[in-house]
Design a protein around this ligand. Structure first.
Ligand code: NAD
Length: 248
């Protein structure tokens, strides 16, 4: 029996990067996968094919996770299409890095809306389905930057620290209904998001990592399988750092 057999997972921002890896890992573990990204493009289409070829039900939805109404609609549509919602991975996220001195109100608001409000939007939308089932696992993608802070990322760090507070509050609020809520704090993971950083910044980061390499999206996806599966049935309200011991 595969670890996620019989479960349905939603993954937001799954067109590329970590989200895409989570969707693939979930399908390999036997889960049916509903995934979202901002637009239904070639990435989404190819992912849908890749997941379906793994023998599970899979469908991509164009949806802006930062939009409240749209998030409610998409979750209702997914519930109709898939029947149950067992796992929600709030993965969609962006950066608008700059020093506080140069940070505009728009850069602040956008990062908070996409990274933090999206977690509220989707969690609120899946709540009624998970409450009815009396089970569910919510996995929120925070960051080591939300745990420790980082110069030039005040907006991003605030959004990711906010996710941790939200995760812990929901674990307490919904625990009695067998709904678990955990956060993952990835360190330096090699994706298009980190490719935006200058070469010297990436080299500096790599030097600080005791395991001496950047993480892969699969490193993060494996922890999502654990948190989504019944192997973690007594794990809730936690932040799991996936960072090669960079944050200790
Ligand atoms: P990425 O930029 O490669 O992928 C993010 C995906 O989210 C993209 O496909 C993008 O289109 C989508 N997205 C953006 N805004 C959206 C919205 N409003 N609605 C729906 N989808 C949206 O990033 P990644 O590196 O794969 O990061 C994934 C998550 O992991 C993010 O939350 C990020 O903050 C977090 N994270 C990444 C790292 C890292 O080192 N890469 C480290 C810590 C945390």
């Amino acid at each position: 029996m595969k670890l996620l057999e019989g479960k349905t997972g939603i993954v937001t921002g799954a067109g590329r990067g970590i989200g895409r890896s989570i969707a693939i890992a979930f399908a390999k573990a036997g889960a049916n996968v509903a995934f979202t990204d901002i637009a239904y493009d070639d990435n989404m289409m190819s992912l849908e094919k890749e997941l379906t070829a793994l023998g599970v039900k899979a469908k991509g939805y164009a949806s802006d996770a930062s939009n409240f109404e749209n998030s409610q609609q998409i979750v209702d549509e997914i519930a109709k299409d898939f029947g149950t919602i067992d796992i929600l991975v709030n993965n969609a996220g962006i950066t608008r890095d700059t020093l506080l001195m140069r940070m505009t109100e728009e850069q602040w608001d956008l990062v908070i809306r996409v990274n933090l409000k999206s977690v509220f939007n989707l969690t609120k939308a899946v709540q009624k389905y998970m409450l009815k089932q009396r089970s569910g696992s919510i996995i929120n993608m925070s960051s080591v930057v939300g745990v420790s802070g980082n110069a030039g990322q005040a907006n991003y760090a605030a959004s990711k620290a906010g996710i941790i507070g939200f995760t812990k509050a929901i674990a307490r609020e919904l625990g009695s209904r067998n709904i678990r809520s955990n956060a993952i704090a990835p360190g330096f993971i090699i994706t298009e998001m980190t490719h935006q950083l200058p070469e010297e910044v990436r080299e500096e980061w790599a030097k600080k990592i005791p395991l001496q390499r950047g993480g892969t999206p699969e490193d993060v996806a494996n922890v999502c399988i654990f948190l989504g599966s019944d192997l973690s049935s007594y794990v809730s309200g936690q932040v799991i750092n996936v960072c090669g011991a960079m944050n200790t």
